[in-house]
Structures are given as C-alpha cells and as structure tokens.
Design a protein around this ligand. Sequence first.
Ligand code: DAK
Length: 257
Amino acid sequence: MSYLKINNNNLISEVIIDRPQALNAMNPDVIAEFLEVIENVISDANTGTIIITGSGDKAFIAGADIKAMQKMNSDEALNYGRAGQRLTVMIESSPKPVIAAVNGFALGGGCELAMACHMRIVSENASFGQPEVKLGLLPGWGGTQRLPKIVGVGNAIELITTGKIINAEESYRIGLANKICSSDQLMFESRKLASTILKNGPKAISSSLRCINAGLMMDIEKGMEIEVEEFSELFRHEERMEGLTAFIEKRDPKFRQ
Ligand code: DAK
C-alpha cells in the first residue's frame, strides 16, 4: 500500500501524505515510505525545491500513529523513534529548500515534521501543537530542540508543557508560520515561494542552507568560519560568474538549463 503521492512540475516536487482517514498520522510504514521518497526527490536532478503537504482539507499530519504506538514494545518504539528522527534530519539537511504547506492539523510528530522543513506556509484552518505530554510522552522527533530555536524558549516551553493547540494566527505571531493564506491559495502560495527560490543560484542556496543549519549548532566564530569557507567555495563554480556577469550586463541570470 502506498501512503505518499508525488507530483513534479517545473522543478518543484510535491510530496503528499495520503492517509486522510487517519488525518495523515504517520505509522511505521508511512515513515519508511517517506524516507525513501525524500531521499529520491533530494537526489533527483529534476527537483530544485520540495513542498510537503497532507491529503484532504483537515490535516497536514495529526502526529505519530497513536494506535500503532499503543501496540509497540520498547524495541519497536526505538526503531520507530529512530526512523522518525532520521526523516526529520534528512528533510532539515536537504540541500534543496523544503516548504511545508500546512493545510490543517500539524500535531505532535506532524508539528515536528513541519519544523524540520525550512519554511512553513499555512492555511487559515491550520493548527499546531505538541500534545505529547497529554499522552505521557515528550516530543521525540526533534520538537524539544527545534521549537525553541524557531519560536524562542518561553513560547516553546509553554507549548510543550501545556500541550495546547494554537491556530494559524498565533503560529504566525510567534514565528512558526512564514505566511498565512486561505486554503484554496495554499498550494499556489507555496509554489510561488518555490518558484521565486528557483530563480536563484542552486549552489548558493544549498551553501546558505548548510551555513544556517551548521550555525544553529555552534558558536558564532565557528559559524562565521564555515560561512567564509562556503563563500570562497562558490568561487569555484560557474554559477557565481553567471550571477555577477548578469548584473553587469543588466540582464536576468540564467542559473538552470
Ligand atoms: N494517530 C492515529 N490515528 C489518528 C491520529 C493519530 N495521531 N489522529 C487522528 N487519528 C484518527 C482518529 O482515530 C480517527 O480515526 P477513527 O477513529 O475514525 O478510525 C480519525 O483519525 C479522525 O480523527 P477524529 O475523529 O479524532 O477527528 P476530530 O476532527 O474529531 O479530531 C484531532 C481531530 C486532530 C483533534 C484528533 O484526532 C486528535 O486529537 N488526534 C491526536 C492528535 C495527537 O495527539 N497527536 C500527537 C500524537 S503523539 C517518538 C517520537 C515522537 C513521537 C512518538 C515517538 N519516539 C522517539 C519513540 C511522536 C508522538 C506523537 O506525535
């Protein structure tokens, strides 16, 4: 059984979690397929940006699969937890920008997956939360680590310890959402963002992502060192010559064939 759909148009790969009857909750099979799909789209030459969204109009991802977890022993939980962590790390370290188009509930592991994406465009009916403590769990797919970096420590602690669910407006106010739009504009706005990014140099984009991700985990001196190394590395590539020359010749750069 397949739980994911993929569309590819104009260098944008859209990955759709297609399990609407369970609000796109991620059981072990969904995660296994997700890992394979993300690995493939990242290495696909016809993909420049990736959009992840959920099927249906109610949920992005309602979290890890509670029914599957109820039946797991601790070894199975360990494998499940590791697979989910691998998935979020693979998304976060993608050299191609990943946009979450959040079309409804993004709860628990769903909120964590959205946070592993580089940007979040959300529909007016989107909601976010880390309700794990209500289940006697904690956010185990990077939520305790990524949420404070995105929304600040106070907001993260409040969300994680209360387990409360916030709406689209509030997610935008605290910096979790990049933009809010109506449900029928969600994919249009996400594709528009992806297309804007695709006009820029792919190596410059992937180097920028590498610097930002690395910098979040180290002190500023080391981060600056990585930045200057990546900066000089770009001078080995034709791409920066095209960008600089296009400016001087007063034309748009052509970074992709
Ligand atoms: N898992 C499994 N099924 C789910 C689900 C989920 N997370 N969320 C919804 N469903 C299913 C419902 O059971 C229902 O199925 P049927 O009973 O009809 O068969 C169907 O989806 C529709 O849901 P509702 O009938 O409940 O729909 P409502 O509109 O009334 O409510 C809701 C929507 C999103 C408020 C509600 O469904 C809800 O509260 N869902 C649970 C949300 C949640 O608590 N999510 C967090 C899950 S915990 C780990 C690391 C990380 C994690 C786990 C382990 N390790 C390191 C080991 C992550 C944990 C989580 O994500």
